[in-house]
Design a protein around this ligand. Structure first.
Ligand code: CTP
Ligand code: MG
Length: 221
């Protein structure tokens, strides 16, 4: 089974509010991008990595991969306007021999080998894809435009979804080729009729959105 990872790092990081893109914010001593890149490189599950960098930041991303000795990082491409566009750009660099594609947000630096194993396992049981998630613990309300609560949404069977997300490569290629948009990759596969399984996520896969998130994740390193 040849597994290729697409590491999407092309976002601007507007909510983090730095002058440079979020992927190059400092997490400890290194740019944020270094942590997930190193972890994918060190994972025995992963055969190759495509890095999707912000436009104009391909060179620093390639240099970083070289500095870290990431021999699996075979390609680096510029991302697009939306996350889906960036995934599409990355997928174009994945070789036809790849049987499985695993997409991961660089903004979730604390990727573990256990989670990678958990999202890959269902693919050998006939699932088209698998994603990690955490059951929602807060009470959920649907709110109208005037701020009035319209309904309380039953939260049982609701999950907050993370990455890495793994897919059978052929199914994923077809889903992405459709030109659809979704906030995560599973959404594209679901829209194309694919069967995607939810597996146990990891609280440490928290996404860096704000400066506080960056500080919290740095304290977990
Ligand atoms: N991403 C991407 N290309 C985009 C938008 C997002 O590759 N056009 C990536 C980000 O780099 C990140 C992941 O998708 O690793 C999740 O996106 P998000 O956390 O929203 O990051 P940003 O879009 O960079 O942040 P913001 O929304 O605050 O601008
Ligand atoms: Mg964003």
């Amino acid at each position: 089974m040849s597994v290729w990872a697409i590491l999407v790092a092309a976002g601007r990081g507007e909510r983090l509010g730095l002058e440079h893109p979020k992927a190059f914010a400092k997490l400890g001593e290194d740019p944020l991008l270094a942590e997930p890149l190193r972890r994918l490189e060190d994972s025995d599950w992963i055969d190759g990595i495509v890095v999707v960098a912000p436009a104009g930041w391909e060179e620093p991303a390639i240099l970083l991969a070289e500095e870290l000795g990431c021999g699996k990082a075979n390609a680096c491409v510029a991302g697009g306007a939306t996350r889906t566009d960036s995934v599409r750009a990355g997928l174009a660099e994945v070789p036809a021999t790849a049987l499985v594609v695993l997409v991961h947000d660089a903004a979730r630096p604390l990727l573990s080998d256990e989670v990678i194993g958990r999202v890959l396992a269902p693919l050998s049981e006939g699932w088209d894809g698998a994603v990690p998630g955490i059951p929602v613990s807060d009470t959920l309300k649907r709110v109208g435009p005037d701020g009035g609560i319209e309904e309380t949404v039953a939260r049982d069977s609701l999950y907050a979804v993370q990455t890495p997300q793994a897919f059978v490569a052929d199914v994923f290629r077809r889903a992405v080729a459709g030109g659809a948009e979704a906030t995560d990759c599973a959404g594209l596969v679901e829209a194309a009729g694919g069967r995607v399984k939810m597996v146990e996520g990891d609280p440490r896969l928290m996404k860096v959105t704000t400066a506080d998130d960056l500080a919290k994740i740095a304290s977990w390193l």
